[in-house]
Structure formats: C-alpha cells, structure tokens
Write a protein that binds this ligand. Structure first.
Ligand SMILES: [Zn+2]
Length: 85
C-alpha cells in the first residue's frame, strides 16, 4: 500500500468533514499536471457525497518544502483542506 498523508476538510454546506489521503509519492515526485484526488464519502444531512480535489504541481512542491498549502474542492469550493507534511 502506498503511504499517504491524511488531512481533514473544513467548511461545507451543513458542516461536515471529509478525509483526503494524499499519496506521499506525489509529494516526493510531483507530476507536472498535479494530481486529482477523491475525498472520503460523507453525509451532508441525508446526502451521501464526495468531492474531487486538484493539487497543482506548485502546491505539491510547496508541501514538499514543508509549507502549508490550502486547497479547495473542485465542485463548488465549499470545503478547504490544509495540507502539510
Ligand atoms: Zn462535502
């Protein structure tokens, strides 16, 4: 299994939290197009859903340098995820 860094979202409609697992490989060797990940599936009231999150090459490089990077989901951007190693 690939090593991952786990982070939690904040925000959302009817506040709820998604987990996002970022592969360590993508941080150590960032692909030039960045990566697109899918969050865990959670309930917002009765609706079970998940989101996609895109992390750019630049953002991956920053995380690799030890900086904190904040990204948003690609649907409506209601959730934000703070990524740091
Ligand atoms: Zn959500």
């Amino acid at each position: 299994m690939t090593d991952t860094i786990r982070c939690q979202s904040t925000g959302g409609l009817f506040p709820h939290t998604h987990a996002l697992n970022i592969p360590v490989d993508a941080i150590n060797t960032p692909p030039k197009d960045g990566i697109t990940l899918t969050t865990s599936e959670e309930y917002s009231l009765i609706f079970k859903h998940k989101h996609q999150v895109h992390i750019t090459l630049d953002e991956l490089i920053k995380v690799n340098r030890g900086e904190k990077v904040s990204v948003r989901d690609t649907d409506k951007g209601r959730h934000s995820f703070v990524i740091s190693t």
